[in-house]
Design a protein. Structure first.
Length: 268
């Protein structure tokens, strides 16, 4: 891979992973529009590691709480706040694991076309706009999330297996429909990314074990990819959490509709 490829792919992954504009659509588009060869699963793992580190650092207090919660669950202390947060995130992760298992072949074979990416970008962009359109009762934060809330978050997240949907976008949509503030919907969406990124990274690494890799050159590419995706993802999270209450989701919806329209034109 060239330095230009590493820079662009890492920055695109880092920025789009947590903004509600679909990282998968952009990572599919980059090689399609540039003519580059696919970057390979090893580099994909590196990019996921960088974004994982970013969200864990930004929400380090929540990350520690989740880690303690896992320990509490393993030791039978189910009634603590930490154990509840761990359980809620675990519950919200199950649906996407199921959809990923049953739909992975469909996604790999035919769901990465310009047509699919264009339709999902527009449809789920409009859904995000509708969820954010009307003022409603707002819950008092993450402490108010119930098991039913977590399950709905998880079911909506399962739709993100379809390229162009946007995992962060569809889960923020779920949060807004359930009456959570933009900030709290975004925060829980990003916390949901932690187990998903860990599982996705481990599975991809396991799946690529038989792949022939030139580790001497790959190590340099991976380290650079991790660093760049980490920095860009950290900036994207900061940007979203800093401005989300004032700018809303409108700019992201507009961008998705414009992107989707351009993709459908390319599909023709």
């Amino acid at each position: 891979m060239t330095l230009e490829q590493i820079l662009i792919l890492a920055i695109v992954q880092g920025i789009t992973e947590f903004l509600p504009i679909s990282s998968s659509a952009h990572l599919v588009l980059v090689p399609l529009l540039s003519g580059w060869q696919d970057q390979g699963v090893v580099f994909d793992v590196a990019l996921h590691v960088g974004t994982l580190f970013a969200v864990m650092l930004y929400f380090y207090k929540r990350t520690l709480q989740m880690t303690k919660g896992g320990v509490h669950v393993l030791t039978g202390r189910f009634s603590t706040n930490e154990a509840k947060l761990f359980g809620l995130l675990l519950l919200a992760t199950i649906p996407v694991l199921i959809s990923g298992y049953f739909l992975k072949d469909f996604v790999a074979d035919g769901a990465r076309s310009f047509k699919v990416l264009g339709i999902t970008s527009i449809v789920f962009g409009v859904l995000l706009w509708v969820s954010d359109l009307f003022p409603r009762y707002q819950h008092g934060g993450l402490k108010q999330i119930t098991w039913l809330h977590a399950m709905f978050f998880g079911v909506m997240q399962a739709l993100a297996i379809i390229p162009g949907t946007s995992r962060s976008g569809v889960t923020m949509t779920a949060g807004r429909f359930m009456g959570f503030s933009r900030r709290h919907a975004a925060e829980f969406s990003m916390l949901m990314a932690i187990p998903v990124l860990i599982i996705t990274g481990l599975y991809t690494a396991y799946d690529s074990m038989g792949t022939a890799v030139n580790w001497q050159s790959a190590a340099h590419e991976m380290l650079l990819g991790v660093g760049l995706s980490f920095v860009s993802a950290l900036f994207a999270i900061w940007f979203l959490m800093k401005l989300i209450n004032s700018i809303g989701f409108g700019p992201f919806v507009f961008y998705r509709i414009m992107l989707g329209t351009a993709l459908l034109v390319l599909a023709l």
